[in-house]
Design a binder for this molecule. Structure first.
Ligand code: PHE
Length: 366
């Protein structure tokens, strides 16, 4: 059975190690879940091709939460109670990771979020980990980018009040930006999923900012950029990792040019591990270039497998201890260790959007 590999190994019944994944495969942030799932799947396939873990093949069970609030709790409950998974991988969006984390903690099942950056996610308990940096780091890097590279001390901010990620990143940005001597000339809100931003953008335009910070997710950001352009608000917009999706460019089109965001890594960053990963991902997924979520999905699954090998068991508390002990892990996104808060300590990158493309511009080390 083991030789048949993941896709042919349905009900493993003890012959496989079951790993659960919850992701936004459909709905408003569908590219987040699709990418992280593809990266995760590629890792599991590679691990199985190399002989699996602890003498068994890994079996990935994936649940779609449709990008909806409330669905992740159900998904993870099912994976743990009905399917009997030994660990959970997910999610990208912080609000959805935050929903699932208590379920994992209460069942003593380790959870690794590939990409949720809000600090409160891992604060849920010592079974909850992440393979990415957190927003106090990302927010500070964005503030330094504003006052440094952009030379913008008069900045407006537009926050998604429905998203823990957006609210957190706004707060951490603000702290550092004010400390750098900057002034927030306007601070306004929206609700993720809104279609009309003209009222907020008109107020922002009248406050004469040198740049506008938009710590949101890509579907909303693309509409914001288009409507800003329509209103003649011609200053750089900038944001964090939530911008990263090809759909940002599909919806935003030329309104995205000249704007910036920070994220975890870039396909064109030139490190040997990344270059090799881009090649194998393209081969596996019809020539598609991996985004940061795909890379982090891959890294989180590899980290889990590495910890299983070191633990010598998949038993919850021992697996947790092995994940917590992760040091100098060679991820595709970069080399990282987990700190005492179960967060990865690692670099971020800046991307500039030019000619309808994402271009890597700089790396910021922790
Ligand atoms: N960091 C975002 C969050 O916590 C999710 C995200 C990660 C988005 C990576 C894009 C890329 O909600």
């Amino acid at each position: 059975i083991a030789a048949l590999g993941l896709t042919n190994c349905k009900q493993g019944g003890g012959d496989t190690i079951k790993v659960g994944e919850f992701a936004s495969l459909t709905g408003k942030e569908a590219t987040f879940g699709t990418s992280s799932h593809e990266g995760t799947l590629l890792a599991i396939e590679e691990i199985n091709a190399a002989g699996g873990v602890l003498g068994k093949q890994l079996e990935l069970l994936t649940e779609d939460n449709q990008s909806k609030a409330g669905e992740s709790t159900n998904a993870v409950n099912k994976l743990i109670s009905k399917d009997g998974v030994v660990a959970i991988l997910g999610e990208v969006a912080s609000s959805r990771s935050f929903e699932a984390a208590p379920v994992c903690r209460d069942n003593s099942i380790p959870m690794i979020s590939p990409a949720s950056t809000n600090p409160s996610v891992t604060e849920v308990g010592d079974f909850i980990f992440r393979a990415c940096f957190t927003d106090p780091f990302q927010g500070a890097a964005l503030a330094n980018f504003a006052t440094g590279e952009l030379k913008a001390t008069q900045v407006a901010m537009l926050t998604d009040v429905k998203s823990d990620y957006s609210k957190g990143l706004a707060k951490f940005f603000k702290e550092k930006f004010l400390a750098n001597g900057g002034t927030l000339v306007t601070e306004l809100d929206y609700n993720g999923g809104d279609k009309e931003f003209k009222a907020q953008l008109t107020t922002i335009k009248n406050s004469n900012p040198q740049a506008v910070f938009v710590p949101g997710y890509y579907t909303d950001v693309a509409l914001i950029a288009r409507q800003a352009k329509d209103l003649g608000l011609n200053v750089p917009l900038f944001g964090g990792d939530g911008w990263e999706s090809n759909v940002l460019l599909d919806i935003g089109k030329e309104a995205m040019n000249g704007h910036y965001f920070s994220t975890h890594c870039a396909a064109d960053q030139g490190t040997p591990k990344m270059t090799a990963f881009v090649e194998s991902y393209k081969k596996r997924f019809n020539g598609k270039t991996p985004d940061a979520m795909a890379v982090l999905g891959y890294d989180s699954a590899m980290l889990l497998a590495d910890a299983m090998k070191r633990a010598g068991t998949t038993e919850g508390p021992k697996l947790r201890d092995a994940i917590a002990a992760t040091k100098d892990f060679e991820g595709v996104s970069g080399k990282f260790s987990l700190n005492e808060n179960r967060d990865a300590v690692k670099a971020l990158v800046f991307i500039k959007i030019e000619d309808g493309q994402f271009r890597y511009t700089a790396t910021v080390n922790p």
